[in-house]
Design a protein around this ligand. Sequence first.
Ligand code: SER
Length: 316
Amino acid sequence: MSKESILVIGANGQIGSVLTGALRKEFGENNVLATDIRADNGHDGQFELLNVMDAKAIASAVERHSITQVYHLAAILSAKGEQNPLQTWDINMGGLFNVFEVAREKNVAKIFYPSSIAVFGADIPRQLTPQDAVLKPTTVYGMSKSAGELWSQYYHLKYGMDVRSLRYPGVVGWQSDPGGGTTDYAVDIYHYAVRGEHYNCFLDENTVLPMIYMDDAIRATLELMEADTSRINERTSYNLAGMSFSPTEIAASIQSVKPSFEISYSPDFRQKIAESWPESIDDSVAGSDWGWKPAYDLEKMTADMLFHLTAKYQSA
Ligand code: SER
């Protein structure tokens, strides 16, 4: 097997910080370079400051470390993106073009580009939204991801670049904090529950959204990237599912372990974003192409989240 040298861009983010550790375990401590626009958040291995808008700096990192794979995770998410739409477009698309162009020039073998359930909007079946549903996103984040999916396919078709992508649902994990997303409530709620505090949810009680536990999201990413090229038939992005639930349902699953937990609801502008997205995802194409199967449901996730967060707060 040839030796991989991996660059993670956005390594301090919610997914990046966990994925970096998983990649280091798989490919070796010294073969994964973590980079982010923010200072090191305590990564054990190599870390460099890197702004994805600086193409020269990306090229320099790729050259200096003889990079063979890039995981490009830097982006502005759905809720934060609405505060400054044009800047969000510039960063999400500009960052993507910088990564793709450097990868093309330097012959990087594989690229991972995360997409999102935010690519969906009006005129979809909201239950079990299929792989090939029409994409009419209404957030600038969703628009950038849906354009990015097409550019991934374009670089593959035109230049033979091996770009692979997943449409992540809301990702829930205890290891890191999300930032600026509409699905972030599903992480916050566990922190409030473990601290014994009342949680006021920014989505309405019956708003069902697709979510995935961090362990499943990381495993899906590694499995997709390790799959034989012949199994990757979808070059825009794969639908990915874990579970689906509403705020009431996640609260009930917490209350079954912590009966004193209380929740109230004050929906804000994020409610409208959530209502434009699917309630559940049909990920059968990922299943048949490269064998994807989630392991966590709501009950299993709640048990794991409460266990790890309790230990985290106790040791803090
Ligand atoms: N979790 C993301 C968000 O809420 C969706 O990709 O913006």
